[in-house]
Write a protein that binds this ligand. Structure first.
Ligand SMILES: [Zn+2]
Length: 311
């Protein structure tokens, strides 16, 4: 019975006023009263999220952590770009401009939802300042380029080797909101595609062939490597496997799958179809078949041929 009352309360909470009437007619008024009280208490416990307040608080925090001479710009209403003093004014402007152009294209018929909450983007002008910050506040960087820290919603990056990491890392908080169930391989594959972005015109973005290709090509030379680097394997890969011993290869595979699909104008159809039908298509294989016309295993040969021809 307790279970039933709990279930009733839960449904009231989700469905709202219409169901309240139905439940009252069924004679469980006490459950209705408890539910209303619970809803009020919950509203008190979790105040509504205030984006402007959060942006202000993040600005204050960044000034405290990076220094008084930190530069700021808000892009797409949610990304607070903060240029540490180690970054010159011109470089900061260039980074803001790229953030604007890339995110404009990301939200132009590609991703549907912006992050619901603000995201801080900390940019450092050299590896020393970047490493010092990561060590002090995040226990180390893990990579010389940049990282997205999920819980504080903060991107931290060393801009000196180039801005490709910026366009990569920006994808992560977006996917987190737009397709929260996306497996790591898809999230990283799309993010990695844009680490060498090509923006031919406003609202359009593609990824050019980059340094991740040789690793994939090397794998395709051996039988064991070909088995690992096959689309059938990628589509059945858990996040744990993706982050395992062959992580570098799997980044490369998912990246070049994204580039291949994009070259055929199929990437976003596939992504959106999978996202919108995730409940009945957990692996993405159905969305792939519907868009490409072949299963991942059947498409493997064509994809490998394309990878080998890439320049
Ligand atoms: Zn990434």
């Amino acid at each position: 019975m307790t279970q039933l009352v709990r279930a009733v309360r839960c449904r009231i909470y989700v469905i709202g006023k219409k169901l309240l009437v139905v439940v009252a007619a069924a004679g469980v008024m006490s459950a209705v009263a408890t539910c209303t009280t619970e809803r009020r208490a919950e509203a008190k416990r979790a105040p509504a999220y205030d984006l402007n307040k959060d942006l202000e608080a993040r600005k204050k925090e960044a000034r405290k952590l990076l220094g008084k001479r930190t530069r700021f710009r808000v892009v797409q209403k949610v990304f607070l770009v903060a240029g540490a003093p180690s970054m010159g004014r011109r470089f900061f402007r260039r980074s803001v401009s790229l953030t604007k152009r890339a995110t404009y294209a990301y939200f132009n018929k590609r991703f549907a939802k912006r992050p619901a909450k603000a995201v801080s983007v900390y940019l450092f002008g050299n590896k020393y300042a970047y490493k010092k910050f990561c060590r002090k506040h995040h226990g180390g960087c893990g990579t010389p380029y940049g990282v997205y820290y999920h819980s504080p919603r903060r991107i931290v990056m060393n801009a000196s080797p180039g801005l490709g990491t910026l366009t990569h890392e920006l994808v992560h908080p977006i996917v987190e909101t737009d397709f929260p169930n996306a497996p790591s391989w898809l999230n990283e594959g799309i993010a990695s595609l844009f680490e060498y972005p090509y923006i031919p015109r406003k609202g359009e973005i593609h990824g050019l062939t980059n340094w991740r290709l040789p690793q994939l090509r090397r794998a395709l030379r051996t039988r064991a490597g070909r088995r690992r680097a096959s689309l059938g394997n990628l589509f059945s890969m858990s996040d744990r496997d993706f982050r395992g011993a062959y992580e570098g290869l799997y980044y490369s595979m998912s990246r070049y799958l994204a580039q291949w699909l994009d070259s055929k104008k199929m990437l976003w159809k596939f992504y959106q179809r999978w996202r919108d039908n995730y409940a009945t298509d957990k692996s993405g294989a159905k969305a792939f078949k519907a868009v490409v016309g072949k299963t991942p295993a059947q498409a493997n040969r064509e994809w490998v041929r394309w990878v080998k021809r890439l320049r």
